[in-house]
Design a protein around this ligand. Structure first.
Ligand code: LLP
Length: 427
């Protein structure tokens, strides 16, 4: 039974997951002043549509938390030059974790003093590239002191593993005591000591996980960070001048999700740190998902529809190759039909992708007005970790992305073609 029998109520509730400019006009979804149907026609589907106003609003909300702090965009959420440029113009930097992400940041002209280079297994080539770029490198293993120094790196932070198990999918926890990331307090202390001899040991870093909905765990991590800073001061006579509090704030994918705002989450962390540590230190914040997740909507064209047992299947022209998050993390999304956004909900549908396996289900159950072939399905809150984790499974080219604002759309990632894929073939 549909929960929302009143069609307009359904629309309003679903729209709250969409970007700030989302509206319904004559029964059609409009994003940034452009009809979703027009976007699909011009750019094809699947298509990831980013709302510029939402991107800017999120960036500015982060900057308001502490105007002195450096906010770096977690490039892994979607490595895209246009997004990096947009954020750089707002004063943000980039958190990169591979040579590839660094190249994206450099192409976007992100200033070197706003690039933070992460990674639990940086190659010498990556360390040299980070050094040439003048990036701040986050040391993640004891032997990186020598390797970073040999590579010509100057400024480093040391990544502390505070031993906090965040409530999120286990694949995206990063600060529990057996994490592959960072160093426990004893090792981190020894690494700070070793780094001081050879490098500019500028500070410390902590990041406890992703898609976080709770604040208390992050506050516990900040407390451990403060304890660590105190130990460093007492035992080494060293205090950090840069403290990177990481990212991790989640976004709502479904109406049932409850999440703190940027101001609530990041504000609480900054306050806690300042209360615990009264020496001067510049803060870095490293959000990825919460900057771009809600800004992005994926549009799919509906193809085959059929009933199988008790399930009403609706197949779309994408799936696990453009958004593997349901398979990887059990992520749950909602959707509406962009070209009939105000029609009455008539049932519960399973949205299946086009890939050759039964697990390729984007949404297990969503209430919609009956979808028909040719309709346009809009899935909100898909701006982060979708295209960045897209694959070519089944020889499917990866989708395009656009930015919309004030009635205009601009292509920011062109659609891949099968010819692109064939170019890698050697026979
Ligand atoms: N800083 C560091 C050191 C990180 O490892 C990450 C994310 C971030 C910042 C940004 O975190 P965010 O604010 O986006 O949560 N593919 C997964 C997410 C992996 C996150 C990896 N690290 C997903 O789709 O949920």
């Amino acid at each position: 039974m549909p929960i929302f029998s009143d069609a307009s109520r359904h629309t309003v509730l679903v729209l709250e997951l969409f970007p700030e400019t989302a509206a319904i006009d004559q029964g059609e979804l409009v994003l940034g002043g452009v009809r979703a149907t027009a976007l699909a026609e011009e750019f094809g589907t699947p298509l990831v549509v980013y709302c510029e106003r939402t991107l800017l609003a999120q960036a500015r909300e982060y900057q308001r938390v502490d105007p002195e702090a450096l906010v770096v965009y977690g490039t892994k959420a979607f490595a895209n030059v246009a997004l990096l440029q947009l954020f750089a113009r707002e004063g943000l930097g980039a958190d990169v974790s591979t040579l590839g992400e660094l190249r994206f940041a450099l192409r976007a002209d992100v200033p070197s003093d706003r690039i933070v280079f992460h990674g639990n297994n940086k190659s010498d080539e990556e360390l040299r590239a980070a050094a040439r770029a003048g990036a701040t490198v986050v040391l993640d293993a004891p032997d990186e002191v020598e390797r970073a120094s040999n590579a010509g790196v100057e400024r480093v932070l040391v990544r502390l593993t505070p031993g906090v198990e965040a409530e999120t999918h286990e694949s995206i926890q990063t600060a529990h005591s057996e994490s592959k990331f960072g160093l426990d307090p004893d090792q981190a202390l020894a690494t700070v000591a070793a780094a001081r001899g050879r490098l500019d040991a500028a500070g410390v870093h902590v990041h406890i996980g992703s898609q976080l909905a709770r604040i208390d765990e992050s506050l516990a991590a900040v407390d451990r960070l403060v304890e660590f800073c105190t130990r460093c001061r007492d035992q080494l006579g060293w205090s950090p001048r840069i403290v990177d509090l990481g990212g991790g704030l989640g976004v709502r994918h479904a109406r049932a999700d409850q999440l703190p705002t940027v101001a609530e989450f990041a504000g609480a962390l900054v306050t806690r740190f300042r209360e615990g540590w009264n020496e001067p230190a510049r803060l870095i914040l490293e959000p990825g998902r919460s900057l771009i997740g809600r800004a992005g909507v994926t549009l799919y064209r509906v193809g085959a529809t059929k009933r199988s047992g008790s399930i009403d299947y609706v197949a779309i022209d994408g799936g696990m190759s453009d958004n593997p998050r349901p398979q990887l993390y059990g992520a749950r999304y909602e959707a509406l039909i962009a070209n009939k956004a105000e029609e009455r909900v008539d049932g519960t549908y399973r949205i299946a992708g086009k890939h050759c396996e039964s697990g390729d289900v984007l949404i297990d159950a969503v209430e919609l007005p009956r979808p028909r072939g040719g309709d346009l399905l809009a899935v909100p809150a898909t701006g982060a970790y979708t295209l960045s984790m897209a694959s070519n499974y089944n020889g499917v080219p990866r989708p395009a992305a656009v930015i919309v604002a004030d009635g205009n759309a601009r292509l920011i990632r062109r659609r891949e073609t099968v010819d692109d894929l064939l170019r890698y073939e050697t026979s």
